[in-house]
Ligand binder design. Structure first.
Ligand code: ADP
Length: 164
């Protein structure tokens, strides 16, 4: 049987323990998981694509069936190009649902073959977002319990040299 491949797409600016929780869950369901860092960034990221990709790479290095990659253009095209079967997105709360629902149905409209699967993180991560982590870190708060160690170091380096 063909390998079942899932894509976990996102900005990952930067990757948090919430993302990692969902990636680990996906890695138990699929043969291979590709964490795909979106290059096209309307949000004006704190970290460049290369930096976000490198942090994802360092964080997933211990997971044997997970790899990091970046993509630009349409997600559905990337999914097809990688021969993947599903897109995995994390759902934190009802507030995520409306946008994620639209996105999933639009992606299905663009390519009927692309299924979206939603996974819930551990409850303690449901309030966690990259945006909040950046905000807290930039105000001098401790984010050590929210992000993996390489991300903590990168945040410290970035925010001391170039505060947001
Ligand atoms: P995007 O800009 O595409 O929303 P993000 O990097 O913010 O990219 O998120 C990527 C995916 O990870 C999304 O499916 C998002 O819902 C999910 N996610 C983000 N934070 C968490 C978290 N704390 N717990 C579970 N899923 C999360």
């Amino acid at each position: 049987m063909a390998m079942r491949i899932a894509i976990c797409p996102g900005s990952f600016d930067p990757i948090t323990n919430g993302h990692l929780d969902v990636i680990q869950r996906a890695a138990r369901l699929f043969d291979r998981v590709v964490v795909a860092v979106a290059v096209n960034q309307p949000k004006g990221p704190l970290f460049s694509t290369a930096e976000r990709l490198e942090l994802v790479r360092q964080v997933v290095v211990a997971l044997p069936n997970v790899e990091a990659d970046s993509f630009s253009g349409l997600l559905v095209d990337y999914v097809a190009q990688r021969g993947a079967h599903a897109v995995v997105r994390g759902l934190r709360a009802v507030s995520d649902f409306e946008f994620e629902f639209q996105l999933a149905l639009m992606n299905r409209k663009l390519n009927e073959q692309v299924e979206t699967i939603f996974m819930m993180p551990r409850e303690s991560y449901t309030f966690l977002s990259s945006r909040l982590v950046k905000e807290i870190a930039s105000l001098g708060g401790d984010v050590a319990e929210f992000v993996p160690p390489p991300v903590l170091e990168a945040l410290k380096r970035r925010l001391t040299s170039n505060p947001i």
